[in-house]
Structure formats: C-alpha cells, structure tokens
Design a protein around this ligand. Structure first.
Ligand SMILES: [Ca+2]
Ligand SMILES: [Ca+2]
Ligand SMILES: [Cu+2]
Length: 342
C-alpha cells in the first residue's frame, strides 16, 4: 500500500503471508513493507464470495437486520479524505435489499464456529500475527520484529484469535469483543459455515451510513458532538500515548456506543471490517453502479470502518467513506468482520 498517503494504522497488505515467513527466517529486524503485493501468492478463493445466499435461514443470518434497497451517494470528495485511497468520486449507487449484522462477529461466536468445524486460522497456520506494541510486555516488545512502514506493529509468533496479545494472553474476558487476528479467508470460512456472506463494499457503506446522506460519520459530521465520544478510536499521540478518553485502549465490546440509524454498532472505529470485494483505487470510477461487487480480480481485499488505532492526526480512516485493504491471508489485532445475508 505504498501508494497510500499516509500509511494506515493497519499493517500493510504487503507484509502478510509467506513472504514474511522467509523474512522471519533471516535476522532482519524489520519487514520490508514496500514489497510488491505480489509477494502474496494469488489465490482463487475470490469465487467463494459467490457463496450461496439462498440457503435456509440460519442462526447467524437470524441475527442480521434488514436493510431496504435503494440509492445512495457512495464515496466522498471531502477535503479530509484521502483521494489516493479511491474515496471518490461521489457516485450514485443502487442496491437490492439485503441483511447485515448489527455487530461484528465476537470471540464467543467465532469460538462456536471453530468448535463446530475445527477451522484453523491463517494466523495459526503461519504461526504469527501482528500485535500493536503497546499491548506487549516490554521485553517482547523490545525483541519483536517490526513492520518497517508501521513500526508500532510487532510480528508476534503464537498470536492468534485465542491469544490476541500473543502467548500468555487469552479471550476469557473478551467474549463479547470482536474476534481479531482473522484473515479474509477465515472470515469467508465463518460465512460459509453460518450461511452468511461478507458484505460488498457498497453494502457496507450503505449500511454504515444508516440513512444519512454524505455524512462524515455514522451519526453526522462532527466527531465528538457536545464533547461526547461516539466511537472507539485513539486519543492522545499516536502511537506513543493513548488516553483512552473514549473508554477503550484496545477493542471495545461489539455493542459499545449508540448504533447508527440502521441499528449497526461500531461501524466507525473498533476494528477494521473485511468486505467481499477486491480492492482497487479506481475501478469504481467507471465500474457498475447497480449492486457493484468490485473488480473481478486483485491482490488485496477491501477493509472498511477503521479501528481503535485510528487517530485524527494520522489515519482518520474512521470516516465512513474511508477505505483500506489487506491481502486475504493477513491478520492483525485490529481487523475483524461482520456478516451479511440475502
Ligand atoms: Ca479508544
Ligand atoms: Ca469498524
Ligand atoms: Cu487507521
């Protein structure tokens, strides 16, 4: 994502996957984040996004809320935006009705899925995931290999969804927090099991807007109206001091803060959310305007919504129109997902 000014708070798409395994075998103490996206082998998993939408309603789909079809203005030309991310141009998009989960998938729900299927996540297969340095014991933080372009990300062997801060940590107290350290593939597997699917990027944005037209945030244009925090991001100086003025240092329970006009929680902040689409900075400028599903191929999958690590001075990608992406086998402590259906 070298073309993204400034780098996002999520570890770069370039460092996930087997290329990193090679690097970790060498004494290099930082990962070359500027490597090409092609460092990750292309997978043909894209077609899994066409997973059956029609099966009988399942428990997981039953948690979803109905979003009426309609037209909306997608994207932004906001001066606070990042045009290089492909946030614009603003265009009218038409969508069929669909359903979407009011929350991201929790650790408790992901545990049910893993228990039922024996699913092994990409983080477990590769043997590491990316953990924010501030969550590590000082000794581990000092010794950890870092992501060059985003050195606050430590490469932590043994970090995965059950051990979000690395070996010795657990999700015991985080049952209703979003599952993290899950790759796009892991999210897709959860969807396949639960009879759901990932939302398209257009569906995600439409649902996240909650009926407001072109608002900067899910509740309006002001970040902290009346001084109130309405989402879980970063306050203080990134990445050295987090005051947690919004109540949360790391992830927050999935139903924190008030929901948007469609009943969705934490679309802004908390965790990045995988979408079904391949990422492109410009495909949408000329692409379909009715039920768009993104480009036919790519190297990274769209992520939306921003995370608890976004800060206005650096990565204000908690705006609704903000975009990011990562390779489909990458995972980190600030990436999760919510499911859709219909
Ligand atoms: Ca926070
Ligand atoms: Ca989010
Ligand atoms: Cu960010």
């Amino acid at each position: 994502m070298a073309a993204h000014p400034p780098a996002c708070c999520a570890p770069s798409a370039d460092v996930g996957g087997p290329a990193l395994l090679t690097l970790t075998a060498s004494p290099a103490n930082s990962v070359g984040a500027a490597a090409a996206h092609t460092a990750t082998p292309a997978r043909t998993h894209a077609h899994a996004t066409a997973a059956p939408h029609t099966g009988t309603p399942t428990r997981a789909a039953g948690r979803t809320v109905a979003i009426p079809g309609g037209r909306f203005l997608m994207g932004t030309d906001d001066a606070e935006g990042f045009p290089a991310d492909g946030e614009g141009p603003v265009r009218e998009i038409e969508l069929r009705p669909f359903r979407i989960d009011p929350t991201t998938v929790t650790n408790a729900r992901f545990a049910t899925f893993v228990k039922a299927t024996g699913h092994v996540t990409d983080a477990e297969r590769f043997g590491f995931s990316f953990v924010f340095e501030g969550f590590l014991p000082p000794q581990s933080a000092r010794q950890a290999q870092r992501v060059q372009a985003a050195p606050w990300w430590a490469v932590v062997p043994g970090a995965d969804w059950r051990r979000p801060y690395g070996p010795g940590s657990d999700v015991g107290a985080l049952q209703n927090h979003p599952v993290v350290h899950v790759s796009w593939h892991d999210a897709q597997s959860y969807c396949d099991w639960s009879g759901t699917r990932l939302p398209t990027e257009a569906e995600w944005e439409y649902a996240a807007r909650g009926g407001l037209e072109q608002a900067r945030y899910p509740w309006g244009d002001e970040l902290t109206p009346g001084g109130r925090h309405l989402c879980n991001i970063w306050q203080g100086e990134f990445p050295t001091r987090n005051t947690a003025a919004d109540g949360h240092l790391g992830t927050a329970p999935v139903k924190s803060y008030r929901p948007n006009g469609y009943g969705l929680y934490n679309v802004a902040g908390n965790v990045w959310e995988w979408c079904a689409d391949w990422f492109s900075v410009d495909f949408h400028a000329t692409g379909p305007r009715v039920d768009p599903t993104g480009p036919a191929e790519g190297t990274a999958r769209v992520m939306r919504g921003g995370s608890h690590m976004c800060h206005e001075s650096y990565c204000n990608r908690y705006r609704i129109a903000a975009r990011s992406a990562n390779t489909p086998d990458s995972s980190a402590g600030n990436i999760g997902f919510r499911v859709a259906a219909g």
